[in-house]
Design a protein around this ligand. Structure first.
Ligand SMILES: Cc1cc2nc3c(=O)[nH]c(=O)nc-3n(C[C@H](O)[C@H](O)[C@H](O)COP(=O)(O)O)c2cc1C
Length: 453
């Protein structure tokens, strides 16, 4: 049965509301509670402990403000809703333009200049060590100052003042590059922060998109529709027409202030920051805007969002070079630093070649385990069983020291880390020795247990 969360009109198909309207009772839970710091983090942690991954809507009975979170904690929900995930790069070519609307719901309520007050938004503090309340679900939209192409990315934003936030560009991706370019010319960088929208925008924002493609075209491919936009009020940008909130403004040139610490996906708090400042010139929003929070730190929502498109696209790249590779997964407990790969090696040393290729494609990785293709890489029990029964460390393990890595790994030094590969494809016992039971009895057991429920 569907929840009563109907989108208001047909075009709302490009909204968070449309996504919510597709969820059934097991996939969306509603909680009424006053807005309180740490609450979204604690609810998501408890759900994860119970191995439940629904989207959560939190209704504050005093302000009637609705907050939605845990949107990215459930792979099955995303697989059902996100379109063209495996051929997004190709498909994006069909969506390389925008449909600009004259007016749009995201501009139902407009606040400009001195009336702007970001402190009034229902923004949460997530961890005790955090420097304050943080927007974690904001997709930063900006244009490449040279090509005019749009980029979307995530950046933690610390509330400082009515119109001022600390922002960190520490992944040193495209936004950092745009800022450096503008800063070099003594110019501020105009941005718009999208909060609450179709999950396709979030997946596009978390994806590493080739510099030749516009991030809007990837959002379009993930929605299977041309993105509908409206002109922002105070910056020269097109913003998604059906978002819940847009914060417009600029990252200031040559202004740097302390930002952080903040709880990162490694499970540790870090002060590592580029210490930039975002000055907000306008807030536009829907009349009954839903605030979206994204539980950061070592939460499945944060980790799955970052790796959702990465896993799919890396597997495609790997298979292009080595077709014998059959599966790839990045386990949550590896926080982007571990990968499990399956393959059917056609020759000695090919599993090692596959690991070297994957290390080359993703500098975050520091441990890769390769298993035979009959092992499910998404089932960690099976992967570690293969390590236990197939691996001899002196024969099957290699280590490459001092390779570039992610600096958020607290065990790394000076931006380099050792990379370890484990080849668990050497199955010396024969397939006939595997213990089995007949499929029909397995099915019978399943039916008997279902009947006894
Ligand atoms: C939930 C989430 C939070 C993130 N937080 C930050 C951040 O605070 N600072 C940062 O520089 N990158 C952060 N990232 C990483 C970038 O947004 C991400 O790497 C993005 O793909 C950048 O791509 P681009 O270089 O193509 O713009 C975050 C990613 C996700 C999914």
């Amino acid at each position: 049965m569907k929840k009563n969360f109907n989108a208001t009109n047909h075009s709302d198909s490009q909204s968070l509301r449309d996504f919510l309207s597709t969820l059934d009772e097991d996939q969306l839970i509603s909680i009424t509670a006053s807005r309180e710091d740490y609450l979204t983090t604690a609810i998501s942690e408890q759900l994860e402990a119970e191995k439940r991954f629904p989207v959560v809507e939190l209704l504050d009975p005093h302000s009637c403000q609705k907050t939605v979170f845990n949107v990215f904690a459930n792979r099955e929900i995303l697989d059902n809703y996100i379109k063209n995930a495996s051929d997004v790069e190709q498909k994006a070519k069909q969506f390389s333009w925008l449909e600009t609307l004259a007016e749009a719901p995201v501009q139902d309520v407009v606040t400009i200049g001195e009336d702007v007050n970001v402190l009034s938004l229902p923004i949460f503090r997530h961890f005790e060590g955090d420097a304050g309340r943080y927007i974690t679900s904001g997709i930063v939209l900006a244009k490449d100052p040279r090509s005019g192409r749009y980029n979307m990315s995530f950046h933690r934003m610390q509330l400082k003042d009515e119109n001022r936030m600390g922002i960190s560009l520490h992944s040193r991706g495209d936004l950092y590059d745009y800022f450096e370019h503008c800063n070099g010319e003594g110019k501020d960088l105009e941005i718009a922060v999208i909060i609450g929208c179709h999950p396709a925008y979030y997946i596009a924002g978390a994806s590493k998109i080739p510099a030749t493609q516009d991030d809007y075209s990837w959002a379009g491919a993930y929605m299977d529709a041309v993105p509908q936009t409206v002109t922002a009020k105070t910056v020269d940008l097109q913003v998604p027409a059906f978002a819940e909130y847009i914060l417009e403004g600029k990252i200031l040139s040559d202004v740097f202030e302390d930002e952080g610490p903040f709880g990162e996906y490694t499970g540790y708090s870090t002060s590592r920051s580029t210490r930039n400042v975002f000055e907000v010139s306008s807030i536009t929003q829907r009349k009954d805007a839903i605030y979206q929070d994204l539980v950061p730190g070592y939460a499945w929502e944060h980790l799955l969002l970052s790796q959702y498109s990465k896993e799919i696209l890396l597997l495609k790249k790997l298979q292009k070079e080595i077709p014998e590779i059959t599966g790839l997964s990045m386990p949550k407990n590896g926080c982007h630093f571990h990968a499990y790969m399956s393959m059917k090696p056609k020759a000695a040393g090919q599993a090692k070649q596959a690991m070297l290729l994957l290390f080359g494609l993703d500098m975050y990785l520091k441990l890769i385990i390769v298993v035979p293709d009959n092992v499910d890489v998404h089932n960690e029990d099976e992967v570690l069983w293969a390590v236990a029964t197939h691996v001899q460390a002196n024969r099957d393990v290699f280590i490459v020291p001092d390779v570039i890595c992610n600096r958020l790994d607290p065990s790394s030094e000076n931006g380099v880390s050792a990379k370890m590969g484990i080849d668990a494809t050497n199955e010396t016992a024969s397939q006939e020795q595997l213990i089995t039971i007949p499929d029909e009895i397995r099915l019978q057991a399943r039916l008997l247990l279902k009947e006894s429920d």
